[in-house]
Design a protein around this ligand. Structure first.
Ligand code: G3P
Length: 234
């Protein structure tokens, strides 16, 4: 298992990053419960499972659990007059390991992605930048984020796995990103629901998955995470 060395001390690869979005099953006390379950599954399998809950749940979850926690979004603002924005330093002070940036459901323009990656670095947050295509992956790689996650938006929440339906997008993103910046880790996401989907992702060169509904809405999230982690560590 990868154990840091490039500023990613709080996570390791293969990585399963679970985005809790605004799912009813994963807000407030239910989010705390799900994170605790994920922590147990990660421990049982020896695979890193990180989670990205709602912003207002971050501090509570960090206080009550030990899993690496990510914000779903931050704003590229500093201390001062920015009412309603998510300050990167506040997320870091809440104890978060990192943040998603430019998720398909919280899209940013390229200039803002660049500034947000920069602000996340200043705040000491791991940056996971989501991209919707190989082309955007190529544009983002020079910003030197820790991780790029390729997610074709049309497959999100469908249960149709990117690693099987669009394998060329996953391998294409890995190749394109590494050609420009070999330090960037590449994850893939959208429609991942089974161990088979995770294994396919790893075979295509991804170092893990970004997953949401497949875990959050699973009848038994613990069993589901064991299945995904087992496939990831092979
Ligand atoms: O952030 C992960 C996400 O967009 C993928 O969603 O439900 O297809 O796993 P899902």
């Amino acid at each position: 298992m990868y154990a840091g060395g490039d500023g990613l001390k709080e996570i390791s690869f293969p990585l399963i990053l679970v985005n809790l979005k605004t799912y009813r099953e994963a807000v407030g006390e239910l989010a705390v419960k799900l994170v605790s379950i994920a922590e147990e599954a990660a421990k049982a399998m020896g695979v890193c499972v990180a989670l990205a809950p709602q912003t207002v749940d971050l501090y509570r979850i960090v206080s009550e659990t030990n899993a690496p926690i990510f914000a779903q979004h931050i704003d590229p603002v500093g201390y001062g007059k920015y009412t309603g924005h998510v300050l990167p330093e506040a997320v870091a002070k809440a104890g978060c390991a990192g943040t998603l940036i430019n998720h398909s459901e919280r899209r940013l323009c390229l200039g803002t992605i660049k500034n947000t990656v920069g602000r996340a670095k200043e705040a000491g947050l791991i940056q996971v930048v989501c991209v919707d295509s190989v082309k955007t992956g190529r544009s983002v790689a020079p910003f030197d984020p820790n991780v790029i996650a390729i997610e074709p938006p049309e497959l999100i929440g469908t249960g149709i796995p990117v690693s099987k339906a669009r394998p060329e997008v996953v391998s294409g993103a890995v190749e394109a990103v590494h050609e420009i910046n070999p330090r960037v880790r590449v994850l893939c996401g959208a429609g991942i629901t089974s161990g088979e989907d995770v294994a396919a992702a790893i075979n295509l060169g991804a170092e893990g998955v970004l997953v949401a509904s497949g875990v959050v809405k699973a009848p038994d999230p613990y069993e589901k995470l064991l299945e995904l982690a087992e496939a990831a560590r092979r």
